[in-house]
Design a binder for this molecule. Structure first.
Ligand code: NAP
Length: 241
């Protein structure tokens, strides 16, 4: 039976690139989306063209009950995914002094709460199977902080702490938990930023491509990465602020 990879936020951007890359690596794909049903279904057709199975799964990662309701029946029918990529994320940027409670809470609930709901839903079966790979998509903002992103940086730094703690909890059962921390990557998330100005701050002088993040995820998901856990792999063009 083929191994399955679940990717949250797979309808666009980095998640989409990760889904295609893991399909090329031989995984069947469960592609989560929130609002982009058609985009997720189009991605599934692309995965199928690569010869793998693909299922589009709609749920909001903020909503633990919805996550469980969507994933439990799939896990019961097909088994727990071998690879789980917690990629879904949002920004609600603004200076702290002006930040609304909603902008704080929605970012924490989506970016960090999503990790909690997803990993909790898959963990029992992963522990039973004594195998699995969890990969969280954090951010340079979570490693270094970024003005205007107190909410986002908190959620992304939280992902690093949560992943390191979970890595220690589940290592005895042969489950690894790692983090990929991208810098500026060309997706919808950064479409309103002044790209040319910001690219000058990056040692490699350009934004990264979603496929370059997907390559790091592919490595951490591979059998070659079996002895790596609790690690943070930065994919940021050398931009350590
Ligand atoms: P994006 O293009 O804005 O795509 C975001 C994806 O997340 C979409 O597929 C969206 O689904 C999904 N999503 C958002 N909220 C969700 C929710 N509540 N439940 C389920 N899915 C949800 O963003 P991206 O640039 O690809 O970012 C992907 C990840 O990389 C995020 O965690 C982001 O923080 C991180 N990251 C990005 C950059 C960058 O420069 N782009 C840098 C560092 C880290 P729908 O479209 O279906 O609603």
């Amino acid at each position: 039976m083929s191994r399955i990879a679940l990717i949250t936020g797979a309808s666009r951007g980095i998640g989409r690139a990760i889904a295609l890359r893991l399909a090329k690596d031989g995984f069947d794909i469960w592609a989560n989306y929130a609002s982009g049903k058609e985009a997720a279904e189009a991605l599934c057709r692309e995965v199928e063209a690569l010869g793998r199975k693909a299922t589009a799964v709609g749920f909001n990662v903020r909503d633990g009950k919805a996550v469980k309701a969507a994933l439990d029946p799939l896990i019961e029918q097909h088994g727990v995914p071998h690879v789980v990529v917690c990629n879904a994320g949002i920004t609600r940027d603004g200076l702290l002094a002006m930040m609304s409670d909603e902008d704080w809470q929605s970012v924490i609930d989506t970016n960090l709460g999503g990790f909690f709901h997803i990993t909790k839903t898959v963990m029992r079966e992963m522990l039973r199977k004594r195998a699995g790979r969890i990969i969280a998509i954090s951010s340079l903002s979570g490693e270094a902080g970024n003005a205007g992103q107190v909410n986002y940086a908190a959620s992304k730094a939280g992902l690093i702490g949560a992943s390191k703690a979970l890595a220690k909890e589940v290592a005895k059962r042969n489950i690894t938990v790692n983090v990929v921390a991208p810098g500026f990557i060309e997706t919808d998330m950064v479409k309103d930023l002044p790209k040319e100005e910001l690219a000058k701050m990056v040692p490699l002088q350009r934004f990264g491509k979603p496929e370059e993040v997907a390559a790091a995820v592919s490595f951490l998901a591979s059998d070659e990465a079996a002895y790596i856990t609790g690690a943070v792999l930065s994919v940021n063009g050398g931009m350590y602020m």
